[in-house]
Design a protein around this ligand. Structure first.
Ligand code: FES
Length: 118
């Protein structure tokens, strides 16, 4: 997306979350956008945003997991979620994923509540 401005991003539903430099390679960080808890992950030049709450025991701990082959592995019991779309390796629904945009070294995330009911 070119010619984005902060106000355009806001209009599109994106919220500024942090600076790119606040994120460390392969170390998740959690944030709240309104009442949604998200986990951001930086892998090389990509930044991914997933819901931080592991659906196994509804624990807000995914940010603390480790990254392996494009998946975030929950630190509690090892459930895995694709960084791109939040799905589990079997293709089963997992956690919500969110769109990310970068502007002026700032990370913006668009949180829309989806209905992944467990
Ligand atoms: S709480 Fe995440 S795998 Fe159990």
């Amino acid at each position: 997306m070119k010619s984005l401005t902060p106000s355009k991003l806001k209009e599109l539903g994106f919220f500024p979350v942090c600076k790119v430099s606040d994120l460390r390679e392969k170390q998740g960080k959690r944030f709240f956008i309104n009442e949604t808890e998200i986990a951001l992950f930086k892998v090389k030049e990509n930044i991914y945003a997933l819901n931080n709450v592991c659906p196994h025991q509804h624990s807000p701990i995914l940010f603390d997991g480790f990254i392996e082959d494009g998946f975030i592995v929950c630190p509690a019991h090892g459930w895995e979620f694709n960084l791109e779309d939040g799905k589990q390796p079997s293709g089963r629904k997992g956690v919500d994923s969110y769109e990310v945009e970068l502007l002026n070294e700032e990370v913006y995330v668009k949180v829309i509540k989806k209905s992944l009911n467990w």
